[in-house]
Design a protein around this ligand. Sequence first.
Ligand code: F6P
Length: 549
Amino acid sequence: MPNTNAPAWQALVAHQARFSSAHLRDLFASDPQRFERFSLELEGLLVDFSKQRIDDTTLRLLVDLAETARLGEWRARLFAGEKINFSEQRAVMHPALRYLKLGAFPSAAWDVMPEVRAVRAQMRAFSERVRGGLWRGFSGEAIRDVVNIGIGGSDLGPKMVVRTLSAYQRSGLRMHFVSNVDSAHLAKLLDSLDPRSTLFVVASKTFSTQETMLNAHTARAWLCAAAGEGWARALPLHFVAVTSDVGRAATFGLPEANVFRMWDWVGGRYSLWSAVGLPIALAIGMNGFERLLAGAQAMDTHFCEAPFDKNLPVLMALIGVWNTNFLGASTSAVLPYNESLRFLPSFLQQLEMESNGKTVGRDGLPLSCQANPIVWGEIGSNGQHAFFQLLHQGGWLVPSDFIASAQSDFPLPGHQAPLMANFLAQSAALAFGKTEAEARAELEAAGIAADQIAALLPHKVFAGNQPSTTIFLPRLDPFHLGMLLALYEHKVFVQGVVWGINSFDQWGVELGKQLAGRLLPALQGEGDTVGLDQSTRALIAWCRENGDF
Ligand code: F6P
């Protein structure tokens, strides 16, 4: 856990006490070079930290904090393939999945690249056959619809990337993602599909997740009913699996040739770079998928080589720590101004909150500080007409990431400039606000009477000083998306190191799963409710009376 009594932490506490009255208005007014000093560009990806409530001292002290947490050593351990996910005795090797150079990785002694490259080759061959219309269903028809069945990391990553890169999807394949155990998700989709031309990708690292397996079995029954007597021959023509458990996939009825392997050293929320990214390869082609990997690899290299004070993921992480632990923010908003990035907030929710949503450190002791803030978000400009009121005048400290691409991925005349104007206006308005004098001058200029001005004035003032980071991609292409996602992954890693957390397990999701397993028979009338709390017992009874299961 972080030692909050250590000099590096206490120096930040003291700095915050001195710095707390600083307003972004003053920080900008006193430094004409502020944008140059607090922004970085890497391979066309521009990250502007200047609207964060920081100065040179803040960054210097935060870098000291990272040094104290031995970030350099932890980063080396990550890239060496050490079992840093100690509670599950696993290495954390997602950077290997985007390693495109020749040779061994992470080391000659334990080189995972032959396996990784073999799966990439399998993905290429398969995706080319499906995209080229050579992979045929049981009646000889080419595939037109692909349904990814998965949940959590086996859904959010590939779905977000496929939707984000929809401008690059030229195969004509229609891509669908089913995750929810609520039958409304699958039922509505199946109604619109033709079993003869539908391919299911069952993505589950464990091949045992309840939601995924139930949806997969329902889809299998639907396919088999359509195939009739030839169902056993039809199954491998319409189902493939992405999993680390080949045995369970075989029990489901899939031969090894239909299984795309992943490994226990790939965490679910870090898995889109593995065969979990098969829908991405199917949608945009394997070359496009490898551009995504190349972008992520460029960020890996930058993360490993750049000094901490010029290192994008390190700075992003440390500024997040500053906002959470020293300025007192309990939330963090992701605000992408691009329709195609609609699923980015939910992807980042899993990445950040499942990784660092913890109160116990690696040493088993309670953390002495709050760790991950609550991550949420929505695309702009929609959010402006919904919840931005609270960001501007609600009195909460809400640091945000504004993300956009300079070029539109689906251009229409006259749309991109207003989008960018809104994008840039919001972070400026949040940072600088509007003083009482400015508001009064505006009202006076509009010819409003003095008594009305007095009544309106308090409502027209904006405190400002809401910190934000602006991330600009030149365009929403596979390479820059890969960079962006790896940027967030390493940010999460760095924060985990500073907070002293194992960012790669997720024991917190187990209790609910166990309880659901216990409640299911009770709901179906086959199990007892003895020992359950009074509220849950009463709700089960109500559910049995009113439900249809
Ligand atoms: O319940 C959480 C979780 O284990 C996530 O970490 C994971 O991404 C998701 O479930 C799905 O797991 P699987 O890929 O094994 O079905």
